[in-house]
Design a protein around this ligand. Structure first.
Ligand SMILES: Cc1ncc(COP(=O)(O)O)c(C=O)c1O
Length: 385
């Protein structure tokens, strides 16, 4: 295990700390040195000796096992994808939809978890039900779980597609409860987990998740373009792969036989050569995440966000993210009254502080290595009300 305390504010592991107070891990993360080093190793090996004497495929297998451990899955249930969208597209295009089926999602999903379903609705006669976000008595914005379950009670409901954590509010859904509801009714449960994996414990079995997709470039601290897709073992053989190439089959190395037998494991969703540098980078990053421990990372990020919550409340901002412990995530969203968000974000950037602006909200998403002093610096620079 790596001692998280030694990595907080550690410029050697997180060179971004030299120049930036970086609070947009819900956007695109900066790479820790351990991940960047993997790229350098790959580039050196590839330019000096191509694949000879490399152990890239052994490393990719290690990554498959590590990814499985991180979400409570088996390595046979993990496929590598180029991004979250690809994993969701595998689900959308892999199910034998029937005319009149219903898909339930929310009306505030990131488009990666909307357009694939809109496409299915348009082409296969499926109805898409989008449950709206509401303002709660405490002023926070949430999609109420009761509304999701009500929509999913439609006897034609075939699939619920949800982000584990909503990108603009930071709401963490009670996926265990929604997943149990779906499993009882034989409704498939598909999770966009890019805003969750790496910053909080995720367990696909405990959460009754059938499919999960997440690129590595946010909380996993990996590069863009290298992600993981989970498909529950029992469903794999019922799924038609999105793209067919030479690798989806059982005897992929047996070139001349043309034995077109799809693999029984999640490897059936992988159609050709891997994004080797991307996956090696992700391996470096996830090794770090695993050694620090997601429980510890989660607790640390909550400590930082609670400090921010106190600070922005005192300055008179309206809090958008749900503050109930069960609904918290790595994202903290809030709103100014009478100050332009554009001006705030620009001013912060001039001070080398990076936050995001999403759906009329200011969004702050620190990782475990950020410091209390950085949070205080941000609070200090925010205009008062
Ligand atoms: C909830 C959510 N899903 C998906 C994505 C990105 O999708 P992809 O990995 O396909 O680029 C984002 C990025 O902001 C996101 O917030």
């Amino acid at each position: 295990m790596l001692d998280a305390a030694r990595l907080i504010g550690n410029v050697d592991m997180f060179p971004v700390l030299q120049h930036w107070v970086f609070f947009n891990h819900a956007g695109v993360c900066p790479l820790p040195r351990i991940a960047a080093d993997q790229f350098k190793r790959y580039a050196n090996q590839a330019q000096m000796q191509a694949y000879l004497h490399s152990n890239w495929y052994t490393d990719i297998e290690a990554l498959r096992q590590l990814s499985a451990r991180l979400i409570g899955a088996h390595r046979d249930e993990i496929a590598f994808v180029k991004n979250t969208s690809e994993g969701i597209a595998i689900v959308a295009n892999g199910i034998d939809w029937q005319w009149g089926d219903v898909i339930v999602t929310t009306a505030i999903e990131y488009p990666a978890n909307i357009y694939p379903w809109m496409d299915i609705a348009r082409t296969r006669g499926v109805k898409l039900e989008m449950v709206p976000e509401e303002t709660m008595p405490d002023g926070s914005r949430q999609v109420p779980i009761d509304a999701i379950l009500k929509a999913a009670s439609d006897p034609r409901c075939r699939l619920v597609a949800l982000s584990l954590v909503e990108y603009a509010s930071g709401q963490r859904h009670d996926v265990s409860r929604i997943g149990a509801f779906c499993r009882e009714r034989n409704i498939r449960f598909c999770i966009d987990a890019i805003q969750a994996v790496g910053v909080m414990p995720v367990d696909v079995r405990e959460m009754n998740i059938d499919y999960l997709s997440a690129d590595g470039h946010k909380w996993m601290l990996g590069p863009e373009g290298a992600g993981i897709f989970y498909c529950r073992r029992e469903l794999i053989e019922h799924m038609r792969p999105l793209a067919i190439g030479w690798m989806n089959v059982v005897n992929a190395q047996d070139y001349g036989n043309y034995d077109f037998t799809l693999r029984p494991d999640a490897g059936r969703f992988e159609c050709g050569s891997y994004n080797v540098p991307g996956l090696l980078g992700l391996l470096g990053a996830l090794t770090l995440i695993e050694q620090v421990g997601v429980e510890i990372i989660h607790a640390r990020v909550q400590t930082l966000l609670e400090r921010l919550h106190q600070g922005v409340s005192q300055k008179g901002y309206a809090i958008v993210s749900p503050r109930d412990a069960s609904q918290r995530s790595g994202i903290f969203a809030f709103k100014a009254h009478g100050h332009s968000h554009d001006v705030i974000v620009k001013k912060l950037k001039e001070h080398h502080i990076e936050i995001a602006k999403r759906e009329g909200r200011l969004r702050v998403s620190p990782h475990f290595y950020n410091t209390e002093a950085q949070i205080d610096q941000l609070i200090e620079l925010l205009p008062s009300h």
